[in-house]
Design a protein around this ligand. Sequence first.
Ligand SMILES: O=C(O)CCC(=O)C(=O)O
Length: 395
Amino acid sequence: MVTEEGAKTRSKTSRMGLEDVLVKTFEKTEFKDDGSKPALDPADPTFVLDPEFRPKTKHNEFLESQNDQIPVIDLAPLTSNDEEAVRKVIQEIGKAAEEWGFFQVVNHGVPLELIDRLEKEAVAFFTLSLEEKKKICRTFDQPVGYYNAELTKNHRDWKEVLDYLVRGSVVLPDESNTTTLSITNRWPQNPPGLREAAEVYAKSTEQLAYRILELLSQSLGLPAEYFHKYFENHASPVRINYYPVCPIPDLALGVSRHKDPSAFTILVQDEVGGLQVRRSDGEWIGVKPRRGAFVINIGATFQMWSNDRFKSVEHQVVVNENRARLSFPMFFSPASSTDIEPAPELLSESSPARYYPMNYGYFMRKRNDGNFKQYGEDIQIEHFAVNRDSAYKPS
Ligand SMILES: O=C(O)CCC(=O)C(=O)O
């Protein structure tokens, strides 16, 4: 059946020479001998992006100059008694959060074996048949588990994912706050070791996330534990991203350009490359893979808390024809009951609040809905900006 949405996409892609795309695609696709369906069908025109959204540079193209690199911050001093060195780390993190909205951390204390183990289990899972993976398929009402049809900002992503929550479950309010959505992790039977590898990874990364939260807070001149109260029942999801080889890497993206809703995101990527960050001059900068390093990016929540001192920056993922890629982001997010607003300690007459308060659970629910259906404009913190004619202005 051709849905209205499908028909719209088809007419859009036919303007762009859909037949050329399909010929190119079929030439390069190896369908499995057993006749099983691929998880992502390269002949599906919904993967083909409008020219303005297509990648401009390849997954393994990186600028060489030092000024074009996402800052790499060494956290080793945090385990020393050298107060001056710790102050320097805090300064570096604050500067990176303000100027780039992105940085990498090394010597962070999360053992490399945990990352290796999760990588092995993830490959074992994603190379199962589609039928097997779909046994724990995500649904509109149960948005954890396996999924292969995600939209980012209304664009179809060339990726498969397995989503789970660090704390195992969460309850989200609906739009009118009258009903709730209760979400609980779902795990595959195969491979049997995946669940434990994923849970141990999440716990260890959560500890690092609290440390980063404290450093970001200190860099704003606030007490280290200032934001802890928002995370008591935090709803942070971890996503195991698998980007299969893609026969049309110039036309599609693994994840389309977007900003994260989290406080910040803490991500490990393998050595393939593909994550790109949009710098303030509009240039897409590749984040060079570093074995075992975590990439941290500021999300909408911290941008709001910091009253725009920190920047939540657009990023995207470029795929390629030769190697599948893995990444494990944890979207470190406050409890769904939390109201987010600029920290009062950072405000003054000359620097008034730039946002109205926003309930985080409501924000997440709206964003989640957009992952499944095309909804028009996706909700952003800009909808809560005081200088905009906002539907979210408190009455
Ligand atoms: O795979 C990556 O490097 C980034 C993933 C990402 O941006 C996301 O899952 O939202």
